[in-house]
Design a protein around this ligand. Structure first.
Ligand code: AMP
Ligand code: GLY
Length: 438
């Protein structure tokens, strides 16, 4: 098979790494890829928003399956375009992608489909939103959300009235998130622990992947501004077997029924961002793609070939065999530590030489590949003119290790991360802290 991956971050490197292990793979392509992906795939310099260029390239290379990584091309309709061109694509239609690209559309579907979620109200009028704050949230925290895609931002958890008013003004009047602030959601603040659960679906059946937990804040102890994610681990010990059954019953089953009732073409991965508080499940958000960096921690735990499942989902054929069997999993845990550029999620420098990648890939004393493993997933890396690997983004690398236990996986990942250095290299030292406390 000839496979094209669209995207160029850590998630796409993890996908490339997993797909490259498939005996079914003939040739792997990636648009645009990065310096790490280049070792596994032929990278082509096409930005993810060049839908036309990507379709043309996929036709040209006679691609059997296109796997779309990021949300922006999905929201722009890349999967539909590829299908119209007669190609197979792993990724939801533009309509399906609205579950992520419009928070309001998503919340309306959650309510309609009976999926538990925080109480909310929608406003396109600033004064009406202010009155709602006054009436309902005078004494309690509220969450203010801009409607559209805002690169993982656009959500303000306001602890008090002053913060809520400020957030509302910034989003609706100053338009700090652009046009996505023309409509907002005011939502009840939920408490508990967050958990990500992803499932692969062709629209009728699904396969649930191991659970994971992200670390969104830049600073240790979950302090400071939110990022795309500074680390992850999988599986999340928070998810007991009973809770897993409830998530399937309360979230994924209604999701599938809802798709069918509304005739939404959904072939790809659905990401449920959950809040678990006192045993109660609430859905915070849907994402319509693999999480980043959750994917880096999840994929190493899957012991079977992923490609047939991606293909079955893309075909929407609902090949019962592909979707019925339990995934064979590695009996342990995986952890990903993200190495970022100083200044991220604000401004940061790029073009910094990355040292120690070879040493990091082969830790002292080696390791037992049956019982543990290591992968250095590149996120924001590129080659400079002399062919050296340099930084090219805020999140630079996702050092991922897996072992029998989470503490062992974390220790292994940190031992490897210590070998890597670039000017302004920053990472959190407390990835997995919630699970370790358990
Ligand atoms: P979202 O993009 O909607 O998932 O929001 C981003 C982050 O904001 C989530 O991962 C949560 O940490 C937080 N958040 C969103 N909605 C709520 C809520 N209703 N209560 C508490 N925290 C929330
Ligand atoms: N790591 C969070 C996300 O991918 O949305």
């Amino acid at each position: 098979m000839r496979v094209l991956i669209i995207g160029g971050g850590g998630r796409e490197h993890a996908l490339a790494w997993k797909i490259a292990q498939s005996p079914l793979l003939g040739r792997l392509y990636c648009a645009p890829g990065n310096a790490g992906i280049a070792a596994l795939a032929r990278c082509v310099d096409l930005p993810v928003d060049d839908l036309e260029g990507i379709c043309k390239y996929a036709l040209d290379k006679r691609i059997d399956l296109a796997v779309i990584g990021p949300e922006a091309p999905l929201a722009a309709g890349l999967a539909d375009r590829l299908r119209e061109a007669g190609l197979k694509a792993f990724g939801p239609s533009e309509e399906g992608a609205r579950l992520e690209s419009s928070k309001i559309w998503a919340k309306e579907r959650m309510s309609r489909w009976g999926i538990p979620t925080a109480e909310f109200a929608v406003f396109d009028d600033y004064e009406a939103a202010q009155r709602h704050l006054e009436r309902r949230y005078r004494e309690r925290p509220v969450v203010v959300k801009a409607d559209g895609l805002a690169a993982g931002k656009g959500v303000v958890v306001a602890p008090d009235r002053l913060a809520a008013e400020e957030a509302l003004r910034q989003i609706m009047i100053e338009k700090v998130f652009g046009a996505s602030g023309e409509r907002v959601i005011l939502e009840e603040c939920l408490y508990g622990e967050e958990l990500s659960i992803l499932a692969i679906t062709g629209g009728e059946r699904l396969v649930i992947l191991p659970s994971s937990q992200d670390h969104k804040a830049i600073g240790e102890g979950d302090r400071g501004p939110n990022t795309g994610g500074m680390g992850a681990y999988a599986p999340a010990p928070l998810l007991t077997d009973e809770l897993a059954r409830e998530v399937e019953r309360q979230v994924f089953r209604p999701f599938l029924k809802g798709l069918q009732a509304e005739g939404i073409d959904y072939r790809g991965v659905i990401y449920a961002g959950l809040m678990i508080g006192r045993g109660k499940i609430n859905l915070l958000e849907f994402n319509v793609r693999f999480g980043d960096p959750e994917t880096q921690a999840i994929l190493p735990l899957i012991r079977s070939d992923l490609l047939p499942l991606l293909l079955a989902a893309a075909e929407g054929s609902e090949d019962a065999a592909a979707f019925s069997a339990d995934l064979p999993l590695f009996a342990g845990s995986a952890a990903t530590v993200v190495l970022a550029s100083e200044g991220y999620p604000g401004v940061y420098a790029t073009g910094k030489a990355i040292r120690g990648l070879k040493e990091a890939a082969r830790p002292d004393g080696g390791f037992d590949s049956e019982k543990e493993g290591l992968a250095l997933f590149h996120a924001g890396t590129a080659f400079n003119d002399s062919g050296a690997v340099v930084t090219s983004g805020g999140r630079v690398l996702g050092v991922t290790a897996w072992a029998g236990t989470l503490p062992a996986a974390l220790q292994f990942a940190y031992r490897s991360a210590e070998q890597i250095d670039f000017d302004g290299c920053y990472y959190r030292r407390d990835i997995g802290h919630r699970a370790l406390k358990r």
